[in-house]
Design a protein. Structure first.
Length: 88
């Protein structure tokens, strides 16, 4: 499986944050350390009906499905093959 990245744009600087792939593949959830969470974190993915249409899926506090002392957990509402992993 190829790595998947979250993107964050802070003050015009685009950063990549690697997703914990081992956890994602075994639990079908994104496990994100709390210290990585910030406004504007998103995936870039292609639409399932139109592969030429590129969308952004933002991770926000209201999308947290579970939380513990160190991590936020998010469901991923689309197929992992739709995530665009182009390195920027």
């Amino acid at each position: 499986m190829r790595p998947i990245y979250l993107y964050a744009n802070t003050n015009g600087i685009l950063r990549k944050i690697a997703v914990d792939m081992a956890y994602l593949l075994s639990h079908k959830k994104i496990r994100l350390p709390k210290y990585y969470f910030e406004d504007g974190l998103h995936f870039i993915y292609s639409d399932s009906k139109n592969s030429n249409k590129i969308e952004q899926y933002f991770l926000t506090k209201d999308k947290v499905v579970k939380e513990d002392n160190d991590f936020f957990y998010f469901d991923i509402p689309f197929n992992l093959n739709q995530v665009i992993g182009t390195s920027i």
